[in-house]
Design a protein around this ligand. Sequence first.
Ligand code: ADP
Length: 228
Amino acid sequence: MIVFDKVTKVYPDGTVALEEASLTIEPKEFVSIVGHSGAGKTTLAKMLLAEEKPTSGNIFYESLDINKLRKQDIHYFRRKIGTVFQDFRLLPNKTVYENISFAMEMSGRDDEEISSDVPHVLDLVDLTNKAYNFPHELSGGEKQRVAIARAIVNQPDIIIADEPTGNLDPINTNEIIQILKKINDLGTTIILTTHNKGVIDALGKRVITMENGKIIRDDKNGRYVLYK
Ligand code: ADP
C-alpha cells in the first residue's frame, strides 16, 4: 500500500507544488492522475520515487517511510518501481533486446535470467519480431512498448507511467493502455498520469484529479472532469 499523508512540497524558489496531498493506493490498483500542466502530478511521482523530499508530511510504501530511507537503500527501493515516460528514454545505440537486457544487468540479474525473461516480456508487449531493431527503426507506439517491457522486466510492484501516450496517435494510445491494463491484471499497481480524456473515460478505473497542488477529486470509477 502507498500512503501520502498530508504531503506538502515547496520548491526552493517558493513554488508550492503540493499542498497537504493525502491519498492511499492499494496493491494492484490502477489509478489515473489527471490535472492541468503544473497541477503537481510529476512532483507526486517524484516523491514516490524518493527523487524529491517533502517539505512536510510523510510518504509510506508498506512499512517503509520513504523520506527516511538511507541513501544506499533508496537504490534498492527504486527497484520496486518501474517508470515509463512520454519521451520513451530508450538507449539509442542498443537494440530493443539490449535496452531490456541492460535494465536487467543493471539490477544484477544473471545471464540465465536475462535469456529467459527478455523473450517473455517481448512477447507480452508483442515485439518479438523487433528484438534486433534499434529505437530509430521503431514507431512511437513500438518505442513505448519497449519502454514498458524495460519497466516490467525486473518485476516491480508498481509502474509509474507519466504521460506515456502524450506523443502517440489514438490507435497507439489504445494499444499502450491495453498493455498497461494487462500488466495490471497480472498484479502490478499502475499509476498513470494523463491529459487524455478518451483514455480515462474508456478505462473506467479510479481517477484522482489535481489542481494547484491539491487533490480536488478522487473518483472510484472516474471520468475526466476538469473545470477550466
Ligand atoms: P505537472 O506534472 O502536473 O505538470 P509538476 O509537478 O511538474 O506538475 O509542477 C507543479 C508545480 O511545481 C509547477 O508550478 C511547476 O512549475 C513547479 N515545479 C516543478 N518542478 C520544480 C522545480 N524543480 N523547482 C521549482 N518549481 C518546480
